[in-house]
Design a protein around this ligand. Sequence first.
Ligand SMILES: Nc1ncnc2c1ncn2[C@@H]1O[C@H](COP(=O)(O)OP(=O)(O)OP(=O)(O)O)[C@@H](O)[C@H]1O
Ligand code: NI
Length: 365
Amino acid sequence: MESTRPRTADEPLLSIDDLQVHFHTEEGTVEALDGVSLSIGRDEVLGVIGESGCGKSVTALSTMGLLQSPPAEIVGGSITYDGTELLDLTDEELNEIRGDEITMIYQDPMSSLNPVLTIGQQVKEPLLAHRDVTDEAAHERAVEMLESVGLADAERLMTEYPDALSGGMRQRVVIAMALITEPKLLIADEPTTALDVTIQAQIMDLLTDLREEFEMSVLFISHDLAVISEIADRIGVMYAGNVVEQCEMRTLFESPLHPYTRKLAESIPSIEDEDDRLPTIEGTVPELIDPPSGCRFAGRCPQYIGEVCDTVEPPLETPSAIDDGDQKVACHLYDDQREAGPPWPVGDEAPSDTDGGARTGVDGS
Ligand SMILES: Nc1ncnc2c1ncn2[C@@H]1O[C@H](COP(=O)(O)OP(=O)(O)OP(=O)(O)O)[C@@H](O)[C@H]1O
Ligand code: NI
């Protein structure tokens, strides 16, 4: 194991590299993640945006080690957390990290709360499971946590059941549970989507405050650019199982590179506007069973440049003309800005799929 390797401050806390996840179904193999790469620095909030079905939750669940296998299979790639390869850990080793150093909140607060346990029992649980604390100390800390997430009358709340709480209060309880161990990494998968707009804004304000207070890194997933732009430092844009662009939040609006990101950036975010979802782009997301072999956006791309788009999967790289090394894009428009140049002249015959295309590490199956 690599866990003893000395780490440096600027090394990412979490690094997902070329992650490939398949689901084996009766209809065939769903190639859900096709080489996803994302990294999150220490104390950084990385937003992940993309349409429904593009692989945001599968990426999160893979990181938590919570993918159901079968039907899921991680067929390649790596997830390194604080110098440790998570994909190599045993369940027992993973259990030590999960719920302690890495925690997660979900879209639907009810799915994270057990209706037959009191709020107190549930908020204390991560501490009792992961720390050598007395029930009394855990109780005291749980009350403090409920207060920090803006819940009044915390002592009384400890004895209530989830049923007695509104949706917004439940999500605050879930956040208290997720933060009670002071995790280094919080994964938030659409934490406000199930809430109405006013409550959504309150929860976003709360998360923004807590992320500072707890000095934690956050992987923040949403399909709503307005919500993400409020909290994220950097953003990863996903499309059909790929990351098509990764950049600073500001860069997404100022100088997006990928045609899909440009479409996204055209929508001016505003949290008051309930309908401010991903802008509509003609066409549909490709099937992930037997997906197209080249760029998965090619069929909808307003800047489609020809056969190369249909046949070669573009790697996620920083074009040489861009001086911001943090901005990476996966698009053939930038092929001539790659050191090696385009894989072959546009319009020439593509190598067969089984050659693995121009990119190493991508399975051509
Ligand atoms: N258990 C499963 N069996 C088969 N396919 C699955 C399974 N879970 C996820 N998938 C597929 O994996 C792909 C990615 O799904 P995922 O849930 O990660 O999308 P998402 O980006 O989180 O979407 P949403 O915004 O709707 O939550 C989808 O095509 C989905 O159909
Ligand atoms: Ni999801």
